[in-house]
Structures are given as structure tokens and as C-alpha cells.
Write a protein that binds this ligand. Structure first.
Ligand SMILES: [Zn+2]
Length: 250
């Protein structure tokens, strides 16, 4: 029952508070994005991106920063510093990775993203969150209303290429989950992007040999990166695409 209730919450959000933007039919860009982000997303995935001079977008829930939680596999300030030094984008994913389907009060959402911003601003480098991704893909009307005030774009988890008239507060994305999307599936998305244009956003979590069901191996990740290069596709961070589209906060 709750599942259906959440489904309708998301559907209502999907059709509300839209920021519709025309995405050009020329192949605009491929973006590599990471959620949470497990340490291997910095260490292993970033190594591949850096080797090929590609910039990624890291949607951070800063409660996962080492020293702020009991979890293992946490990134540290040096990982973030290195990420910024290499020109990657740091973006917002709430502070405590909250379940937005269960968060009724705007105030709670506001406080949580303010906390993420505050922790970021206390770090020893100059950085600002411009873009957001919904934890668990849980988009609600309320969350969308709050996020649209603070961010240029919001990325969800609905699969597809962003082309034609696109709601930039509900960007589609393709999972780089090795067990879910075999390389042939990913290649067909890249070929569709090359042929039909639009903005193709990938997302994943951990990138390691013993990857989780929400991640992939470094070899899989590198194969996707190399395919982009082989197909001569443009790669950009979400912030770079948002700038090209002249987006502003709602
Ligand atoms: Zn997440």
C-alpha cells in the first residue's frame, strides 16, 4: 500500500513545479555522476576519469564524510580536496541521505540541505553546491519545491536521455550498475545519444572489484569511458551543462 502511495507522490511531483528547458538535438553531453559517494567512487572511478581528462559530478551526502558516521568505506577531506583540484563537481544529495517520501515538513528538508552546505563551507577549499540528486530517487512535490529554490538542476533515477522539452528538476539518468545494465545496454544508450542527441547522464555508487548491486567494477567503468571517447562524445559535469543551458535557480 505504501509503495503505491509513494508512487503517486512521485507522479504528482513529476508533473508539478517543472522548469522546462529545450535540450538541443545535437549530442550535448554525457555526464558521469556518483551518489553518496562510497570511497571507491573517488579512488577508483576518479582515477579513470582523470586519466582520460573527464570531469565527473559527485552528489554528496556529507554525513558520509569520514568522522561523521560509523559507516565503513567513507571518503575523507583529502579525497574531496583531490576531487576539487582535478576540476570535478561537488553537488548536493542532502546531508543525512533522508527519505523524502517520509519527510512531511519543508523545514526538515531545508535544515538538512542547509547542514550539507554548512559542512561543505567549513572544508578547506572554496566550493558551492549548484546541483542536486534525490536520495533513493524519492522525488516529492515538497522536496521539488524546496530544491528548486536552491539548485539549478535536480537529478532523479527515471531511465532515459534528456532531450527535447526537459524538466531540469527531474533529470533522467542511466544506471552504471554492472549487474543491472550489461555493457551492451550501456553501449546502446551511448549510440542512441550519438544518433539522436540530448543529454545522457550516468550514475553509480561504488566502483570496485567486489561491487555492490548499486555499483560496478573499475573495468566496466573504464570500458564505458573509453566507449565515449571512441564515439567522440562530449563529456561534461552537470554544472557545465547547466551553464550551457543558462539555467538559474527557480
Ligand atoms: Zn544516495
Amino acid at each position: 500500500m505504501i509503495k503505491y502511495f509513494n508512487y503517486f507522490k512521485k507522479k504528482i511531483a513529476d508533473v508539478s513545479l517543472r522548469q522546462m528547458v529545450e535540450i538541443p538535438s545535437l549530442p550535448m553531453a554525457v555526464s558521469f555522476t556518483f551518489d553518496d559517494v562510497p570511497k571507491s567512487g573517488f579512488v577508483n572511478a576518479q582515477k579513470v576519469l582523470d586519466e582520460h581528462q573527464i570531469k565527473g559530478t559527485y552528489y554528496l551526502a556529507l554525513s558520509f564524510l569520514e568522522g561523521r558516521s560509523e559507516n565503513s568505506d567513507l571518503y575523507n577531506i583529502a579525497d574531496l580536496q583531490h576531487c576539487v583540484d582535478q576540476g570535478h563537481e561537488l553537488a548536493c544529495h542532502t546531508y543525512s541521505h533522508i527519505h523524502l517520501f517520509e519527510t512531511k515538513e519543508n523545514k526538515v528538508i531545508e535544515q538538512d540541505i542547509a547542514m550539507n552546505k554548512q559542512v561543505l563551507e567549513a572544508l578547506p577549499f572554496d566550493c558551492e553546491f549548484l546541483n542536486f540528486s534525490y536520495p533513493y530517487g524519492e522525488q516529492t512535490w515538497q522536496a521539488k519545491k524546496v530544491m528548486s529554490k536552491h539548485f539549478l538542476t535536480c537529478r532523479g533515477i527515471d531511465p532515459g536521455i534528456n532531450s527535447g522539452q526537459v524538466d531540469t528538476y527531474n533529470l533522467k539518468a542511466i544506471r552504471l550498475y554492472e549487474n543491472f545494465n550489461p555493457l551492451e545496454t550501456i553501449f546502446s544508450w551511448l549510440e542512441a545519444h550519438q544518433k539522436n542527441g540530448g543529454w545522457l547522464i550516468f550514475y553509480t555508487h561504488d566502483v570496485q572489484d567486489d561491487y555492490s548491486k548499486h555499483g560496478c567494477s573499475p573495468a566496466y567503468f573504464e570500458t564505458v569511458v573509453k566507449k565515449c571517447i571512441e564515439l567522440k562524445l562530449i563529456t561534461k559535469t552537470v554544472a557545465e551543462v547547466a551553464k550551457t543551458l543558462h539555467l538559474s535557480k527557480g
